[in-house]
Write a protein that binds this ligand. Structure first.
Ligand code: 13P
Length: 214
């Protein structure tokens, strides 16, 4: 896909996520890898009203080279790309949301820090994977978060930032958006089922999904 088509696709996905309440106000940011750098949503922009022509363009070292000033979470995206590449699983897009259910889970003190949402459904396992770390709280835009995000990204496609929201990566923008949507639905199921003892997918069923679909 060329840059013009990628710009249009990013704006379309932003609009779709916003229209369905996955992001409100100016929350959330999205980046996509290009042949010569990255596109990123501008800081303080609404995902519902992105102008493809004004998206931030960054070079391969994440320096701002065009469009509006980028999200203050540039380093969060950079750390995710670097962590996934270091793990031998390079990604082409990163989606950060404050979606309600995943953010609610990120506020719970009593979840497993390496895996706060158990394997309830196949699509959560297929899109998000077998683990999803919770990264300790940092102020939005705090560059001190970068090493923790890179470390988390080395071991997982998605993570929850405590009291903040999810960061999800994918080979393509479509993959990253689908994974962010599955994560939000899995978080909703997890919260609906809290206080019950649901049947989980077994370890063998999880491995079978990963072997078949990864
Ligand atoms: P930006 O508007 O700078 O992208 O920040 C929004 C956000 O989601 C912070 O975490």
């Amino acid at each position: 896909m060329d840059e013009t088509a990628t710009r249009a696709q990013l704006a379309q996905f932003g609009h779709s996520l916003f229209a369905r309440g996955f992001s409100v106000g100016s929350a959330g940011n999205i980046s996509v890898r290009l042949a010569d750098g990255y596109l990123m949503t501008p800081t303080n922009s609404s995902l519902g009203r992105l102008d493809p022509a004004r998206l931030s363009k960054l070079d391969e070292d994440f320096r701002h080279i065009g469009g509006d000033p980028p999200s203050k979470e540039v380093f969060m995206h950079r750390a995710t790309y670097r962590g996934r590449a270091a793990a031998g699983a390079p990604v082409g897009a990163v989606v950060h949301l404050h979606s309600t259910m995943a953010t609610a889970v990120s506020c719970l003190p009593d979840v497993a820090p390496g895996n706060p949402i158990p394997p309830l459904t196949p699509y959560f396992v297929m899109r998000v994977g077998r683990s999803m770390p919770v990264v300790p709280y940092y102020r939005p835009g705090d560059a001190a978060m970068e090493p923790a995000i890179e470390a988390a990204a080395r071991g997982a496609r998605a993570m929850l930032l405590a009291n903040h929201g999810p960061v999800v990566s994918g080979k393509t923008l479509t993959d990253a958006v689908y994974a962010a949507e599955e994560l939000e639905e899995a978080a909703k199921l997890f919260l609906l089922l809290r206080g019950t003892t649901p049947r989980l997918l077994t370890a063998a069923q999880v491995e079978d999904l990963l072997a078949t679909f990864s």
